[in-house]
Design a binder for this molecule. Structure first.
Ligand code: KIV
Ligand code: NA
Length: 277
């Protein structure tokens, strides 16, 4: 059995099966995310603050994203792997956008790419159209688009139309343009539940929400939030494990054992003749 394909996603959508997506940035976590049965793994530029130690997504480079995507690709057997194009790796020209999207697919093993679109963002709509024409499947991303954080000013919920956010109409219209340009799915980030529903009703491709409420076709979360490896918690997320504590306790136990002489023990050392290594 190969990886989840675009037709597989389409079939689940037609059958109204909720779609599942999580992020991953490295092989060991990607392996477990894949075994856990998600449909799609997004190698998000959320790697910026969740994997690479930056404050946000803006500094993430194309080379870093390609490296993360390749690591995930090597570990994943069943889920669709989606490479998230980082800030300014697309948009400067059609040519560079196509070349860079192509690197995700040809060099890093991605099955699809994702890029953010501002409300009515003509440039990215054109890029989505070009990429899909050339055979590169694209996931759109609207609502709160973190690469535009310097304009938006913070993590403001979109669709409230209150000055710091796009209107519902703008988001619906942009989603329709993305669908027409060939996007096979659209991520909706941090929008009111009503906006999530209106966009979902307006397009005939699956919507994948993160903080977009209940009336969308699927959900995506950031894996470090899910696993409790983050520094903060978010209203839109849900934490399913507390890996920060588990990792810290393991490290403390190791440090204690070395300092007390409890590690290594006799069964963990090599003799001249050893039957088990
Ligand atoms: O980078 C990311 O993790 C994302 C998701 C939040 C959709 O873009
Ligand atoms: Na992203």
């Amino acid at each position: 059995m190969g990886r989840t394909s675009i037709p597989d996603i389409g079939e689940k959508y037609e059958n109204e099966e909720p779609l599942t997506m999580l992020t991953a940035y490295d092989a060991p976590i990607a392996r477990q995310v894949d075994s856990g049965g998600v449909d799609m793994i997004l190698v998000g530029d959320s790697a910026g603050d969740n994997h690479l130690g930056y404050d946000d997504t803006l500094p993430v480079t194309l080379e870093e994203s390609l490296s993360n995507t390749a690591a995930v690709d090597r570990a994943v057997e069943e889920a669709m792997v989606i490479g998230d194009m980082p800030f300014l790796s697309y948009g400067t020209s059609i040519e560079e956008s196509v070349t860079n999207a192509g690197r995700f697919m040809k060099e890093a093993g991605a099955d699809a790419v994702k890029l953010e679109t501002a409300p009515y963002g003509e440039t990215t709509i054109e890029i989505v159209s070009r990429l899909t024409e050339l055979g590169m499947p694209v996931v759109g991303h609207i609502g709160l688009t973190p690469q535009r954080m310097n304009q938006i000013g913070g993590g403001y919920v979109q669709g409230r139309g209150d000055g710091s956010s796009a209107t519902v109409d703008a988001l619906v219209e942009t989603a329709k343009q993305l669908e027409a340009a060939g996007a096979f799915a659209i991520i909706l980030e941090a929008v009111t539940e009503e906006t999530g529903k209106e966009v979902t009703d307006a397009v005939d491709v699956p919507t994948i929400g993160i903080g977009a409420g209940r009336y969308v076709d699927g959900q995506v979360l950031v894996i470090t939030d899910v696993l409790g490896l983050s520094q903060k918690s978010y209203k839109l997320s849900r934490q399913y494990a507390d890996l920060n504590s588990i990792v810290r306790e393991a490290v403390e136990s190791y440090v204690d054992d070395v300092r007390s002489g409890a590690f290594p023990a006799s069964e963990e050392v090599f003799d001249v003749i050893d039957d088990e290594e």
